[in-house]
Write a protein that binds this ligand. Sequence first.
Ligand SMILES: NC(=O)c1ccc[n+]([C@@H]2O[C@H](COP(=O)([O-])OP(=O)(O)OC[C@H]3O[C@@H](n4cnc5c(N)ncnc54)[C@H](OP(=O)(O)O)[C@@H]3O)[C@@H](O)[C@H]2O)c1
Length: 341
Amino acid sequence: MKAIQISHYTQDLDFQYTNIPKPQIKPNEILIKGKYAGVDPHLILAMTGKVKLFDHYDFPLTLGNELAGVVAEVGAAVSDFQVGDKVYTMPPLNTMGAFAEYLAVEAQYVAKMPENLSFQEAAAIPLSALTIRQAFDILRPLPDKRLFIPGGTGGFGQIAVPYAKALGLRVTVSGGPVARATATYLGADQFINYETTDYSDILQDYDYVIDTRGADEFKKELAILYFGGHLLSLNAGPNARFGQRHRASFSAGKRFIFRLAGSSFDRQAKKQGETYDFLYVAPSGQQLRELTPYFEQSQIKPVIDTVYPFDQAKTAIDRVKVGHNQGKILLDLEADLDTNS
Ligand SMILES: NC(=O)c1ccc[n+]([C@@H]2O[C@H](COP(=O)([O-])OP(=O)(O)OC[C@H]3O[C@@H](n4cnc5c(N)ncnc54)[C@H](OP(=O)(O)O)[C@@H]3O)[C@@H](O)[C@H]2O)c1
């Protein structure tokens, strides 16, 4: 079968189209015939080796963090899926595998697709939906409190904002000038154009910030929180609390590195009576299953920026690297499968 693989870390985001055997499933796995796969910023970090601290890869590695497709085979120990089910999944980040004709994945990471969504829409969901769900497991936000998501009109924000609104939060997002329409569609209460307005000049006493921008924004994000507020970052870096939450997954040595790396963030947050957390999303079919009814009832569907055929994955990945896409970038796993590309 055709697959998109890397055989080493690559700063140029080079990859190979390869022909590899169709996977043989284990008893606890299902085989999914992929329809569409999401192309997300984590891929860039994975390809360039920037998430080595979290994930060990066995090369060659088939890329791709999320997909929607149809169950083609079911392992002997799997009882809750049948051949022909429409499913969506985020496979484990250290094995990936979505950019291929077939994905073999443990059933525990898979859920049936929301019935009202197309394969394209469903493929845009898993990584972002799991991220906001896990972020809220940490923040435990209360209705009517105020949440700021800088960069909240991108692939993550378009899932996170309506979800936060459905839980009764008041949500402010920032984005470029053309993202105002996206923010309105998503139901954000306030939109800040980052080209013309510095959010730290106008926001104060927020309860929560979910940071998508990284360490450079840390001080400003802390400053707009009220005393006792909570900053959760998807980008700034791990800390002691992250290591503590994941003590079963990381060695004592790595947890020590997390503590050391995050000590400055923790010190600054503590000084202002605030809490800092870092999130690195984890796969979970159970959480996707719990989210499915929300997507079935929600009026908001994921916005798709562009769907690229399989043989144009380079363009898709380069576009995600540049950013400023309005909605999700997807790969059509069935279009133009050409291994000579
Ligand atoms: N740790 C984790 O588990 C985890 C999980 C999910 C996501 N993430 C990270 O979260 C980040 C966002 O993911 P995504 O999928 O939403 O990416 P994306 O689709 O590329 O969206 C990026 C967003 O940032 C905005 N932006 C760009 N420059 C900005 C600036 N200077 N100030 C404020 N906003 C700016 C973009 O707005 P315009 O397009 O209008 O310019 C867009 O809304 C990525 O870095 C990703 O790796 C991490």
